[in-house]
Design a protein around this ligand. Structure first.
Ligand SMILES: [Zn+2]
Length: 290
């Protein structure tokens, strides 16, 4: 794999899923989404760069429509084959979610399809980022081969009401090693840093989605657990192949989404999370524009 960095562009010499050729332009966001969400001549990407000693969080304005971003990530046969199939599967049920009129539950099959689709967006967004990649190749292969999303992923969704997240299809990517200067206690164990943990937050119309990938399953289970407490819907992992009730899903304003995209992962410190989360929830009514 040869990766050349050129400002906002990354060139690959082979398909990042199967290794094949020829490469084709890959839509990170499918074209059909452009019809479902208000188009915009630019998009804003919020990034956190942890490659240096400090932590640099920044917004990057990219002067094209998000739907026109087509890096050459995958080969023609991946693109028109299994990737296309993943998109087709969600097309059958996704539009009410994007429009904010969610059904009362999502079937196991649809939750699985949605998880795979969100994972694919996350993987492609990461590959097209100029920052480092942390998702291992065998995870990409699992998605390609039609398996479930790997165990080392947690995918949670909620409704959004905020203008920014609804219209800009923003995504926040943390494609870096997450380092902590101070130690954190999880289940009584001291941890100094988490290697190769990635948090990706997507806004897709009425859908807020947060995808966490980590080699450390405790981080994954913490995200699942805390998502439940925050009334996000945990799509993956989904035990026992059951349908998932969506009745109690929270509707998040832009300000509340700030809480879920804060620099230090919101789901790691339970006490602090409880306090700051309550703070965000209390301003909810005045902030919601629905
Ligand atoms: Zn391929």
């Amino acid at each position: 794999m040869v990766k050349t960095k050129k400002k906002n562009r990354i060139d690959f010499s082979e398909c990042q899923f199967c290794g094949g050729l020829p490469l084709s332009k890959t839509h990170i966001w499918p074209k059909w989404l452009a019809g479902a969400i208000e188009p915009k001549p630019y998009h804003i990407v919020k990034r956190t760069d942890r490659s240096g000693n400090g932590t640099n969080k920044f917004f990057e304005k990219v002067n094209n429509d998000l739907f026109s971003v087509q890096p050459r990530i995958s080969c023609q046969s991946c693109n028109s084959g299994w990737m296309n199939k993943i998109e087709k599967e969600v097309l059958e049920f996704i539009f009410p979610f994007i429009g904010g009129t969610w059904p009362e539950e999502i079937s196991y099959e649809n939750s699985r399809a949605l998880s795979r689709w969100l994972s694919l967006i996350c993987i492609n967004a990461e590959l097209s980022s100029t920052l480092w990649t942390t998702i291992p190749q065998f995870h990409r292969k699992m998605i390609m081969e039609g398996s479930s999303v790997p165990n080392h992923w947690s995918i949670s969704i909620a409704k959004t009401s905020g203008d920014i997240w609804k219209r800009q299809r923003s995504y926040e990517n943390y494609p870096q090693k997450i380092h902590f200067n101070q130690s954190l206690s999880i289940h009584g164990k001291q941890r100094i840093f988490f290697d190769h943990t990635q948090i990706t937050t997507l806004g897709i119309g009425g859908i807020f989605a947060q995808i966490v990938t980590s080699p450390d399953l405790e981080i994954i289970s913490r995200h699942v657990n805390m998502s439940g407490r925050a009334r996000l819907i945990s799509l993956h992992p989904n035990a026992a192949g059951k349908s998932i009730s969506l009745k109690n899903v929270v509707t998040l304003s832009d300000l509340q989404i700030d809480f879920f995209t804060q620099r230090k992962p919101w789901f790691l410190d339970y006490i602090k999370t409880q306090i700051s989360y309550s703070g965000y929830m209390s301003i909810r009514n005045s902030d919601c524009k629905e």
